[in-house]
Design a protein. Structure first.
Length: 222
């Protein structure tokens, strides 16, 4: 079994030490590097080639949001999970829109943080439906009408089946649940998700969920 290559980025050395100790106990995770600020991330990624970056969102020189945007704009970018102390921080929402695969709270039980890294490495979202709904509510604001029109224009590129899958992803359903609900195989669901990401220029399922919410397709589920 190939170990998941993990890069830790946090400006607090005690947090990094704790994360290193926590992750070091997992046989399928290898810590390949550590950084103390977002301005180090790209160089560390070039040197260590991680699969996942576990990154603090607040750092003194370059924050996790900016570092995430820079990373996700690159070819073959690693997945990013942001660390935060807040459930519905505006910066977390921005990080998700920038392409982060999800977020974990710093007071999350160790086993759940390890599981989050494994899930992201496997291509699964980290956010639970409850947390996703909370963030989406936080996203609503005075520019909702403009955002909705833009989101609907983008979703017009999808066919009907892809649109159904996008809504199901937005509701926080796993591939197996989507397959059951839409009467298709899990492999077909994965194909639809890949096509949605490609057509809309998105990085991950969280961004599909946010776009579906922006378009007003999830109002009955929130």
């Amino acid at each position: 079994m190939t170990a998941i290559r993990l890069l830790l980025v946090d400006d607090d050395p005690l947090v990094r030490a704790g994360l290193s100790l926590m992750m070091g106990g997992a046989e399928d995770i290898e810590i390949v590097g550590e950084g103390a600020d977002g301005d180090e991330v790209e160089a560390l990624v070039d040197r260590t080639h991680p699969d996942v970056v576990l990154m603090d969102i607040r750092m003194p020189t370059v924050d996790g949001l900016t570092a995430t945007e820079r990373l996700r704009a690159r070819t073959d970018a690693p997945q990013v999970v942001v660390l935060t102390t807040f459930h519905a921080d505006e910066q977390v929402l921005h990080a998700l829109r920038a392409g982060a695969a999800g977020f974990v709270l710093k007071d999350t039980p160790p086993a759940e943080i390890v599981d989050a890294v494994r899930r992201v490495a496997a291509g699964d979202p980290v956010l639970s439906p409850a947390v996703t709904r909370q963030l989406m509510r936080h996203a609503a604001g005075t520019r909702a009408d403009t955002r909705q029109a833009r989101a609907r224009d983008r979703l017009a590129a999808l066919n009907n089946r892809e649109r159904e899958v996008a809504v199901a992803v937005g509701r926080g359903l796993a591939n197996a649940e989507i397959a059951t609900g839409l009467f298709m195989s899990v492999a077909t669901v994965k194909t639809h998700v890949s096509r949605i990401l490609a057509k809309l220029g998105l990085n991950n399922r969280v961004q599909i969920a946010l776009l579906a919410y922006d378009a007003g397709l999830l109002e009955d589920t929130l």
